[in-house]
Design a protein around this ligand. Sequence first.
Ligand SMILES: [Zn+2]
Length: 256
Amino acid sequence: MSVTLDSNQWNLVYNIFSFGLISMLACTVYTLVSQSRVLPKYRNALVMSSMVTFIAGYHYYRIFNSFGEASNGFVVNVSGDHGSFNEAWVGCLGCYNSGLLNGDWIDGLEAADISQAVKVKIGDPAIYGENCQVCVKCGSDEFWVFDHENFLGLIKGECSPSEAQEKAEMLNDLAEDKREAFVAYIELGFEPDVSSFEDAYIGEFDTDTALAEYFIDELGTLQIPDNLRPYFDFEAYGRDLSWDLSNHSGHYFWNN
Ligand SMILES: [Zn+2]
């Protein structure tokens, strides 16, 4: 979650922290150099005061830094999380073609969002208005994802910002423990569609035996009386089953 301040509000907060910090440090110095001007029995109290204001000053310093780091322009991230877990490096294609790298990391979920490029100072809304984004340096309106992180192989090489955003949305829609399986599903050549993935996904199994046990015990494909289980060849049954399924790195899927 983030809070958008106007420039006066942001400067007010910044200046209050800044003032707090320097007041504490100035007070520390003042109480230290005043030692000789008080009676010896009060000097200890002055040292204590210096310590207290010094520690307070340190805390102001930490708060001040934290505020600066959480700010992106006048937008302050107050939740502590950093949005989605994947990021795309979006840059200007015009600049790139003339040998210049002009771009920045943008949250995967906002890769194609015009206001994000403006925020990280790639795009300039001033020229053609809010909805037409052009590069601040060369005026080109073509942006491209040159690098990316945590797309789990969903993006091969480079892609358009809208493709990156679309894939980020897919991955963010999935529970964390299903992401790897989803990537396996795509590797197998299925359409990258979350709901058909969820219909098709059976589970992760290390061996044919584990697959057979799942089919018999959980899906009830065969009824085997307990006293006959030791004679049943789970491995062979699992191998037979797997011929009708798709599997990639231990993740199994129905074929239709
Ligand atoms: Zn450019």
